[in-house]
Design a protein around this ligand. Structure first.
Ligand code: ZN
Length: 255
């Protein structure tokens, strides 16, 4: 028998999901001429660049690293976090730095004004390290965002990414792009390959997400061999593989 607490949690999650998907939306129609895949990393544990970045670069692929600058040099659930040198390396190697708020704010529990202030602080900190550098995309930490948080976030960047299990195609919400978290499907490489194939056949934009990459990943990350296989399949799928902002521009601005 299900506990009352379990039922309450499920109802609350469903309500938050519905709120996030139905309110605070900014509808945009994607007009990409080719299918697109983006690789993204949340929280930016060092291994995402040292391991994940090396695998991607071997396939001539660049990714988006969603960084909460307040986590720099910290030990985080996905392993040791990025250093200042890693940020320089990331940009020098052609990857994108995206915004994940300064303090890694819980996207639902944090008041929207506080969330927005943390987005602004992250931007200020970025410019302290890299004068003139701007975040152009954002990913929501931990949970679905509140509708007001979506509206406020989109004032600072061109598009915002959440979770989900699918890909983006046709009319999308610029404040709530879908992404599939790879670590949830580590034992289902076939499922991931089918998702890639389906999104390519639909001329979609598939955003893949994870945290760390390594031989012994955390529960938030991907095992090296699995991640390598996903990258190989994506690279041979016929899709263009682009960081999120380049993909967004290709799908909305340049067409
Ligand atoms: Zn995060």
């Amino acid at each position: 028998m299900k506990s009352k607490a379990g039922i309450f949690t499920r109802l609350r999650n469903r309500w938050q999901y519905q709120q996030a998907h139905s309110r605070g939306c900014s509808r945009v129609t994607l007009r990409n001429r080719h299918p697109i895949i983006s690789f993204t990393f949340d929280d930016f544990p060092r291994s995402a660049l040292l391991e994940g970045g090396a695998i991607l670069e071997a396939a001539s692929v660049r990714a988006t690293y969603y960084v909460a600058l307040g986590l720099m040099n910290q030990e985080i659930p996905a392993g040791p976090a990025f250093t200042e040198m890693d940020l320089h390396e990331t940009l020098a190697r052609g990857h994108e730095l995206g915004c994940h708020t300064y303090a890694h704010c819980h996207s639902w529990d944090t008041h929207p004004a506080e969330f927005e202030a943390s987005v602004a602080k992250n931007q200020q900190e970025l410019e302290r390290h890299f004068p003139g550098q701007k975040f152009k995309s954002l990913s929501y930490p931990i949970a679905w965002p509140r509708p007001e948080t979506k509206r406020r976030s989109l004032k600072h960047v061109a598009c915002c990414r959440a979770g989900g299990e699918g890909y983006n195609c046709g009319e999308v919400d610029a404040a709530l792009l879908q992404a599939s978290f790879l670590e949830k499907h580590q034992s289902e490489l076939g499922w991931v390959k089918r998702l890639i194939d389906t999104s390519v056949q639909s001329n979609g934009w598939l955003i893949l997400a994870t945290h760390d990459v390594g031989r012994n990943p955390t529960r938030l990350g991907c095992e090296t061999g699995f991640f390598t296989e996903v990258v190989r399949h994506a690279a041979g799928s016929g899709a263009k593989i682009l960081p999120v902002t380049q993909a967004w521009n290709e799908a909305t601005v340049n067409e």
